[in-house]
Design a protein around this ligand. Structure first.
Ligand code: NDP
Length: 317
């Protein structure tokens, strides 16, 4: 488990933007579980962070000086930036964003986590009205949106999260049918059987490990298992050996598929449009955990692995 002492905050001079560049000031910096995998030299779909260099990720920023004709001072932009208060960036790497929705939404429900929920559930899970959908990490940025889309599709939804407060939110506000607190539940396999009397048709897996083993044991014929994330293992130094689910997958003619949201990048416009429409119609609701202060970035990021957040976790400058 990384600790705050693995991070360092340093001061450097503010550079001047060159031709074609912008000088931007960070407004919201996203902290995401995938960043943990980048704190290692293992090969992955994103490059590793480098020692003694700033981390980077999704940032909403304001233009404070522009040397590109398409941008002016005061524009708000979204892009992949370093964890810095102020920095220069090539203007073409930035997308101008509309201030009519809360700016933080571009890093959450109308950004990467929202799109992950939308494409993972619809394209791999293919939920059908009346089916049972189980969601792990249900009160997080991705899980919360998955639960609601599954409800919009007319499914029975069972959410798994790590506290009674999170589960109360899932039940009372998001109208999830059943919830399980995996920290207090003694027998997860029995809990899934109890909350899913007709078995599990779709499992949206954000966490992996023993929680997922318990869900697998309850799948129906032709179940679809969406491997979105495995946060329970991101701090492991060795892959634990668990039940090997392949014989069950054969027996149940089940599908298990992993994905990375960028697989659907050519359809992001469609996803954002649909999520924004549901938000506007009140069919989707949304929660964020926003921590203030640049210096809070390390401990806020680490909070992801201790369940500190409900909904999307962000740092506001
Ligand atoms: P969340 O907002 O869900 O935050 C992480 C949550 O995970 C915590 O709040 C905590 O909630 C839970 N958690 C932490 N440690 C454990 C553990 N050991 N066992 C079970 N649950 C744990 O993060 P995101 O919504 O941003 O991401 C959710 C998952 O989706 C992650 O695995 C992430 O890597 C993945 N992801 C995948 C993408 C893709 O393209 N495939 C894109 C984006 C995210 P609790 O209190 O309930 O334990």
């Amino acid at each position: 488990m990384p600790v705050a002492a693995n991070f360092e905050i340093s001061e450097t001079p503010i550079p001047s933007p060159q031709e074609g560049e912008l000088l931007v000031k960070s407004l919201y910096i996203s902290v995401d579980p995938y960043m943990r995998s980048r704190m290692s030299d293992a090969k992955s779909y994103v490059p590793s962070f480098e020692l003694d260099k700033p981390l980077d990720g999704g940032v909403v920023a304001e233009v404070i000086e522009s040397r590109h004709p398409d941008f002016v001072k005061g524009d708000t932009v979204l892009g992949h930036l370093q964890w810095k208060e102020v920095q220069t960036v090539g203007a073409t790497a930035m997308t101008k964003i509309d201030k009519s929705v809360p700016l933080s939404y571009y890093l959450g429900i109308l950004g990467m986590p929202g799109l992950t929920a939308y494409f993972g559930l619809n394209e791999i899970g293919k939920p059908v009205k009346g089916e049972t959908v189980v969601v792990s990490g249900a009160a997080g940025a991705v899980g919360m949106v998955v639960c609601q889309i599954a409800r919009i599709k007319g499914c029975r939804v069972v959410g798994i999260a790590g506290s009674d407060d999170k589960n109360a939110y899932l039940k009372d506000v998001l109208k999830v049918d059943e919830v399980i607190n995996y920290h207090t539940e003694k027998n997860m396999k029995a809990a899934i059987a109890r909350t899913c009397p007709d078995g599990v048709d779709v499992y949206y897996d954000n966490v992996g490990g023993e929680i997922s083993d318990a869900v697998f044991a309850n799948i129906n014929k032709f179940a679809r298992i969406i491997l979105c994330g495995q946060i329970s293992m991101y701090n492991n130094t060795e892959v634990p050996v668990g039940p090997r689910p392949q014989p069950l997958m054969v027996k149940k003619s089940a599908l298990m598929q992993g994905f990375i949201v960028s697989n659907f990048s050519d359809r992001f416009g469609e996803g954002i449009q649909q999520l924004a429409k549901w938000l506007g119609e009140g069919k989707l609701t949304y929660q964020e955990t926003i921590v203030e202060g640049f210096e809070k970035l390390p401990e806020t990021f680490l909070g992801l692995f201790h369940g500190k957040n409900t909904g999307k976790l962000l740092v506001k400058m």
